[in-house]
Ligand binder design. Structure first.
Ligand SMILES: [Zn+2]
Length: 198
């Protein structure tokens, strides 16, 4: 670790002066607290679980919020600004057209989700099951059993996925990424009418 002057500094939070609230920069829970240093929303729990150097800048936090809103078009939010310029210097549609994604800042919810995912991927072994979509538009949900594992690849049903990204080798579209078997995707599979492979 580098010697950061504020490495061990705790996060000081203050209550907003208006009666508004926003998404916490770490967990996205609604909060009316702000980090005193960066002026970004930070809830009580997260301020206790993190240190000052982990707080994103206001621009990073705003970019992340905007990115998530463009991606999910959250209904209960104020209308989007289609011409919002990200720190990449581009609008959302310009980035999508260029095939770019906004890298999540460290400790953001998107970043945390990715860390859990990579941990899961690293631990996979022969005989483990995973969920995956196939077909032109991902219309075929399947639960597959891992047949072979090499240093870089995971093999099941004659297909190969990258062990470092979870993407299908033949088609690295995120739609076909390996996923954990969850109650939600089992439901998706059962409603598709296809029979279980195992
Ligand atoms: Zn939080």
């Amino acid at each position: 670790m580098t010697d950061h002057p504020m490495r061990d500094a705790v996060i000081r939070i203050v209550k907003r002066s208006d009666d508004g609230h926003d998404h916490c920069c770490f967990c996205r829970a609604e909060t009316n607290m702000l980090s005193a240093s960066q002026d970004v929303p930070c809830c009580n729990d997260c301020s206790a679980d993190h240190l000052e150097p982990q707080i994103p800048t206001r621009q990073q936090w705003l970019d992340e919020e905007m990115w998530l809103r463009f991606q999910s078009s959250e209904k209960d939010q104020p209308p989007l600004k289609p011409n919002y310029i990200f720190r990449t210097g581009k609008t959302y549609s310009e980035m999508i057209r260029a095939g770019e994604t906004l890298p999540p800042y460290r400790n953001s919810l998107r970043w945390q989700t990715e860390q859990f995912y990579l941990e899961w991927l690293t631990g996979l072994k022969v005989g483990d099951h995973f969920f995956v979509l196939s077909g032109y538009n991902g219309e075929n949900p399947e639960i597959l059993k891992i047949e072979k594992v090499t240093k870089n690849q995971i093999v099941a049903k004659k297909k190969k996925w990258s062990r470092s990204t979870g993407l299908l080798i033949a088609n690295p579209n995120p739609l076909y990424r390996m996923q954990e078997v969850t109650a939600q995707n089992i439901k998706l599979k059962n409603s598709s009418g296809s029979s279980r492979a195992t």
